[in-house]
Design a protein around this ligand. Sequence first.
Ligand code: PLP
Length: 439
Amino acid sequence: ASESERYAAARPRSRALFERAARSLVGGVPMQWMSEWPGPFPPFMAEAEGARLTDIDGHRYIDFCLGDTGAMFGHSPPAVARVAAAQTAKGLTAMLPSENAVIVAELLAQRFALPFWQMALSATDANRFVLRLAREITGRPKILVFNGCYHGTVDETIVSLENGKPRSRRGNVGPAFDPTADTRVIEFNDLAALEAALADRKVACVLTEPALTNLTGVVLPDDGYHAALRAIARKTGTLLIIDETHTISTGPGGYSRAHGLEPDILVLGKPIAGGIPAAVFGMTDTIGGQVRERLYGPGAAVAGIGGTLTANALALAAMRATLTEVATEAAYDHMIRLGTRLAEGIRAVVRRHDLPWYVTQLGARVEYRFQPSPPRTGTEARAGADSAVDRFFHLWCLNRGVMVTPMHNMLLACPATSEADIDRHNEVFGEAVAALLGR
Ligand code: PLP
């Protein structure tokens, strides 16, 4: 039987739920990306803890997808579970500030070296707010993003570069307005294009990940790229917004601290509250002052930042626990050491079979790609992706109790991942390669 038939035959309960879901959940899944799992239907989750996930057919997986980084610090980290239960008994939504809000902001300021913070419900939500604030502060209409970026379902950012022009991304649900009117899009690592795009001083901000992680094949910055980006943004009065939602895998202070980036605004989402919905954005002293003036100064004109459930007590308690007890230096040491073991194991398989494939590592996050060298741009990343081979690997792994991310070949080590887990992945990966090559 094919890997797909084998997958489907072993999951009758997931199949039945998927068929039932088609009658009430649009598309059979509650979120669009969940339809990306290989095979005829996704595995339906029963429960998860640490680095383990069990589906409703009773298959137990070592989870390297970890909620596409939403569970970067493991499923239901004990400290988060504990404070979440305690907070649930003590009130969830009050529309009042709390001590935890202050403590979380202080912890973030210390960790990320930016003095001022605000909260949001998701990275998408945070990115919408920071784009709005950047435009308000600079009085400029446009934003700049890189081809192949993903910053959540933010209309202006779901664009790609086609024939030198920005276009609403193919397959994107039609946005309510034309994102190309106010968005400029260029290739990552192209400094000449960056200079040209910012020269007329109409761009409020550059929004970017430190490395583009939402493509099959992480696009890493060239040597000196970030320093040049920082300098050009400064020269043209353009704000630099760094979205660390995925690259927080790099270390306790994200890629920005590890590599000395100097964002004006920093965005963090997904794992920041240990899996409970929350996001935050940090600002420099200058930006913090300007935002304060716009939001709370005399004649403040800006509405539309934050929402009723922003900074709710559950999210804040979870964030505080994540920052103090979960995403610790020691946890990162473990995750990064295992990330290295993962990358080395995959490289060993690649060498053994003499394949022209490479592996990237961003701390706890590892990705392999069936290409000889890393892409330098979004266009190169898209051109080299081979989704048929990717899907074969994903299914092969799922069928053997190893869960990898369906949208990329991304693997993540969390504090609960063990060396044996890593070695099991690398063994299964080796078997998949041998099967693919007919060896
Ligand atoms: N920013 C980055 C870099 C992301 O990778 C993602 C999601 O993958 C988002 C923002 C959006 O996060 P969310 O879907 O939690 O809003």
